[in-house]
Design a protein around this ligand. Sequence first.
Ligand SMILES: NC(=O)c1ccc[n+]([C@@H]2O[C@H](COP(=O)([O-])OP(=O)(O)OC[C@H]3O[C@@H](n4cnc5c(N)ncnc54)[C@H](OP(=O)(O)O)[C@@H]3O)[C@@H](O)[C@H]2O)c1
Length: 300
Amino acid sequence: MSAKIISGTKIAKQIRAELVKELIELKEKHNIVPGLATVLVGANPASLVYVGAKERISKELGIYSERYDLPEETVEEELLTLIDKLNSDPKINGILIQLPLPKQINGTKILNAINPEKDVDGFHPVNLGKLMIGEADYLPCTPYGIQQLLIRSGVKIEGAEVAIVGRSNIVGKPMANILLQKAEGANATVTVCHTGTRDISSHTRRADILIVAAGKPKAITADMVKSGAAVIDVGVNRIGKTPEGKSMLVGDVDFEAVKEKAGAITPVPGGVGPMTIIMLMTNTVKAAKLSSKLTPTKRI
Ligand SMILES: NC(=O)c1ccc[n+]([C@@H]2O[C@H](COP(=O)([O-])OP(=O)(O)OC[C@H]3O[C@@H](n4cnc5c(N)ncnc54)[C@H](OP(=O)(O)O)[C@@H]3O)[C@@H](O)[C@H]2O)c1
């Protein structure tokens, strides 16, 4: 039997509707409009698409939005000066620096310069440390979105065997930390695989939940998946152009074959991608509430 398709597009719409209500209430009861600044250095085509979508959705939701497009040759000092300005701007609750940054800029230094209270991407070491001890204010958007996808599509996380393929600081590592917490929507047994893993299949085949963020088309084939597993495909690989000139996207999972074996699976596009963006909006609304000492909405 073919797997249930977990639609990130649909679940992101549900969260969007919740945010609309929250934003109306914030405005009407407290006269608060959350603000998000997005910063893009250079013109990486994928980054332009992501920043464009983040700006568009924040505007559609009624979040105050500022966008900064800096030239490719921007030096570290200029970006640090901009971050300083945004850190002290009361209209801005969230700062998003689109990654990757050009070579001349030290990404770690830049992320560390963001005020952790405005770090709506959840990449500042303070926020990653809080995540590790189960006290997170902001979960990194992609793993946060994946947790929401699982919860909202009825996949049982508690007690599950989870295998994650990929250990990046933005997906794999925070994902593992989220799911291993002794908490609701977590409490799983987590294995993280990477290029140093001796036999990846031996781990993926045991997984009730398999999360793949390798950035390699068809890294996961049907023989690597447990029958009935929930498979979350984070990968976004551009494999050419459609006749209309649009990028053709595939994930890291051999979707057609794996969907015949899995119990549930996310498509690419329309799976994790829309969730990442809506969780950024969720974190921005949360940042505005925290800065005004209001209680944020519980989403887990
Ligand atoms: N949809 C979204 O919102 C979203 C968000 C973020 C990322 N993505 C996509 O997700 C993918 C991963 O992103 P990322 O930033 O986490 O990537 P990354 O920084 O390149 O990390 C990839 C990870 O996968 C591991 N890996 C690569 N090939 C592997 C293989 N054949 N077997 C086992 N492990 C393998 C690497 O291992 P080593 O550490 O040993 O090198 C590394 O840990 C990319 O396609 C990216 O575009 C999508």
